[in-house]
Design a protein. Structure first.
Length: 741
């Protein structure tokens, strides 16, 4: 862990080498799980499966954080994303230089409309100055096969350098027969001279991830399954699982089995950035970017489950539904996504005496769509998770939303004394959205909906201030403090979730437009950093950080169901309301003890108390959430890493303790705490100077060393009595062989 020395907020980083030690190819976001205050959960060891990712930082969930890649906005990481893509689709893991977490609301210049609770910035590595390359091959449990290759040009021409990299990953899911993986290519070109630095970057990724289903839990249960796998490729068993009319076994209840489900994503991302130094004290940065996404989420499930007979009867009244959908008893549903967005990020930095002034602008234009379609699953020619369905029978809805974001900021860093730096500034966040629905759902096909809304919804937050200070108390100790207000703009997406365009009627949209408010937060943070060499027996150094934070989170938005249950399969419409505020208090204490150059021990303990301040209304019922703990986020966390190196050998043992988490808004149900260990060991074999290859590195990883069972991701229940979970993946073994030339 690297602690930022001159930031007015808590800022910690992990280097690319540390990320690859966790597991070669790991998601940069998953690497954050070793940092204080972070809960990152997923049901695969790389953290790549986006369907079941859960991320909490200081009580805020993944959609209330901001994400960038080299400054380019990556959106809010919603599973059915409308304004970005995940970091692992934006850069190959091995090409990450570092990932940085800034708690609180993050830097004013961050290009994000969702960073209420902090920002996560991923940075790509620059091309190397010398010609060379790297090849790595990973093998492991459940038929894992990952290939990575990179070639660097070295310096050429007048200050030019570039690289191109390729990755392919293929692994069988641990609890069902589905191959998860894909292909990715990225490249980077840098030209640098005395005045200018030009950077060009491109990434293309395509992947298919068959998904497991979450397990449904109800109060008082005794027999909920640990996993809920699908049947594919055993179509014969899937056919015999259903009755003659297509009904699922009554004993399975809500935990019935689908034939398959999957997520398919194709992304292309590119940017061009020019940093120009007019003088040593005046720098102008310009960055243009573009992102295209074409994705689809697929579920092939029984036609008798999840309210589907009522939906299909709207389109095929009085007809034989089994026959219409291919005689298998199953139907295939898709949610099809399309994103085209581009933007500009500019900043001017001027150092004037003891002041460093910065003014910046971010503009993005985004066009996204969501289409829900239904297809037959033919008994004699069933589809697979690795193909995109065609020949739909129903287009349930087709929503299009265009939005423009304009964000400006200005700030001053004043070095008032050699040891004291003050910071003050503010940003403005403006969002203008316009939605259309080329295909409206038929009445009765969406639960609680009389039609998807259309129209404009604009939000303007003109003054979001930020104040900070950094004081070098001694050469070894540094105090920092920060106060900041931020906003999470509305999610302008027509395919579900907490979006104005996913409410159940035009009237609900118009009411929200008149009376609703986007979520806001005031974050207060104070902390102490320590960097000190010591001579206390074997202890030679101490590095660490302790911080306390308080957050006042206002205008919390919640999608409230107009009916007792909305099926995730058929979809439904909700009422989007502001339901009160949340108060958060917490502390992080992290330290690394150095025992000479060969041994270090890191530990981070975190406490968080996030409490709802208000009850809310769901129809005629009052949901008693006032005084309840925010579900999904534990009160206590502890992270630890013991790292050792001796010559060509290195090893590290990491531990992750996650405390009890509530699973409903009313805190009546919870999941137990767990403690997981992960082990890494590597050995570098040097080769003779005459050899073409420089070395051979052998790395072994064991994830979930103690084979912990339990809950990874909690899908929070909207009210008391029920919630969903995904399991912790079991112990797995991996070996990676890599070399440089």
């Amino acid at each position: 862990m690297v602690v930022a020395r001159h930031s007015a907020r808590s800022t910690v980083s992990l280097t690319g080498r540390e990320i690859q030690k966790i597991l070669p190819g790991t998601n940069p976001l998953k690497a954050l799980q070793t940092l204080p205050g972070v809960v990152y959960e997923t049901s695969d060891p790389w953290g790549n499966n986006e369907q079941n990712i859960s991320l909490f930082i200081h009580g805020f969930n993944a959609q209330q954080l901001g994400y960038t890649l080299d400054g380019v906005p990556l959106g809010d990481q919603n599973y059915g994303n409308f304004n970005g893509l995940s970091p692992q689709r934006a850069v190959i893991s091995e090409d990450v230089a570092r990932v940085t977490l800034s708690s609180g609301a993050g830097d004013l210049a961050t290009a994000s409309t969702s960073n209420l609770g902090g920002t996560i910035d991923t940075f790509t590595s620059d091309p190397k100055k010398t010609f060379g390359g790297q090849v790595a091959q990973t093998f492991g449990s459940y038929d894992t096969y990952r290939t990575f290759a990179r070639a660097d040009t070295g310096l050429f021409g007048n200050g030019n350098a570039a690289y191109v990299a390729f990755a392919r990953q293929d692994a069988r899911a641990w609890d069902f027969n589905g191959q998860q993986g894909g292909y990715q290519v990225n490249g980077k070109f840098v030209h640098e001279d005395s005045r200018d630095k030009l950077t060009l970057y491109f990434d293309y990724s395509t992947k298919t991830e068959p998904n497991e289903d979450s397990t449904v839990h109800v109060a008082g249960e005794t027999g909920a399954p640990y996993t809920r796998p699908f049947f594919y490729p055993d179509f014969n068993s899937a056919l015999h699982y259903l009755s003659a009319t297509g009904a699922t076994p009554s004993a399975a209840g809500s935990n019935y089995r689908n034939y398959y489900s999957d997520a398919q994503r194709e992304d292309a991302l590119a940017y061009a950035k020019l940093d120009h130094h007019f003088t040593d004290n005046l720098v102008w940065s310009n960055q243009f970017y573009y992102h295209h996404d074409n994705g689809v989420g697929v579920v092939a499930g029984p036609i008798s489950a999840a309210g589907l007979p009522a939906l299909f009867s709207v389109y095929f009244p009085g007809q034989n539904l089994k026959q219409i959908f291919g005689d298998s008893g199953y139907a295939t549903r898709t949610t099809e996504y399309l994103i085209n967005r581009g933007g500009y990020i500019g900043a001017l930095d001027w150092t004037l005496g003891r002041h460093t002034l910065e003014a910046g602008l971010w503009i993005e234009r985004n066009s996204s769509s969501a289409i829900r379609r239904w297809y037959p699953l033919f008994v004699n020619d069933p589809s697979t998770p690795y193909q995109r369905p065609d020949g739909s029978l129903i287009t349930q809805y087709y929503s299009q939303v265009a939005d423009t974001v304009v964000q400006t900021h200005i700030q001053d860093d004043w070095r008032i004394l050699p040891t004291l730096q003050l910071q003050a500034g503010f940003k403005s966040s403006l969002q203008y959205a316009s939605g259309q629905v080329p295909v409206q759902p038929r009445l009765g096909s969406l639960v609680g909906s009389t039609g998807m809304p259309v129209g404009d919804i604009d939000t303007e937050m003109a003054f979001l201030p930020d104040f900070g200070a950094v004081w070098d108390v001694t050469r070894h100790e540094q105090l920092f403090a920060n106060i900041q207000k931020n906003v999470r703009q509305y999610q302008v997406y027509g395919g579900g979730g907490a979006s104005p365009y996913s409410v159940g009627s035009q009237g609900a949209f118009d009411l929200l437009k008149r009376t609703g408010k986007p979520e806001t937060s005031w974050t207060y943070e104070i902390g102490l950093r320590e960097h000190r060499n010591v001579h206390f027996g074997p202890l030679t150094g101490i590095q660490g950080q302790a911080s306390y934070y308080h957050v006042d989170f206002s205008n919390r938005l919640l999608s409230i169901s107009p009916t007792p249950v909305i099926s995730s399969i058929i979809g439904g419409a909700a009422i989007l309301e502001n339901v009160g505020s949340v108060t958060t208090d917490g502390a992080d204490v992290a330290a690394t003890l150095l025992f000479g150059p060969h041994l270090s021990i890191y530990d981070a303990i975190s406490y968080n108390k996030s409490v709802y301040n208000d009850n809310y209304q769901s129809g005629s019922s009052t949901v008693l959430t006032a005084g309840k703990t925010v579900p999904g986020t534990p009160a206590w966390l502890n992270k630890s890493v013991i790292a050792f190196n001796a010559g060509p050998f290195d090893a590290q043992l990491s531990g992750d303790y996650v405390g009890k988490r509530y699973a409903t808004y009313t805190d009546d149900l919870s999941v137990k705490s767990y403690f997981m260990l992960n082990l890494e060991a590597g050995y570098r074999i040097p080769l003779p100077a005459s050899a073409y290859l420089k070395d051979i590195y052998i790395q072994g990883n064991i994830t979930n060393l103690n084979n912990q069972r339990g809950v990874s991701t909690v899908v929070v229940g909207a009210a008391s009595g029920t919630y969903n979970t995904f399991p912790i993946p079991p112990r797995m073994y991996f070996v990676t062989l890599s070399t440089h030339f």
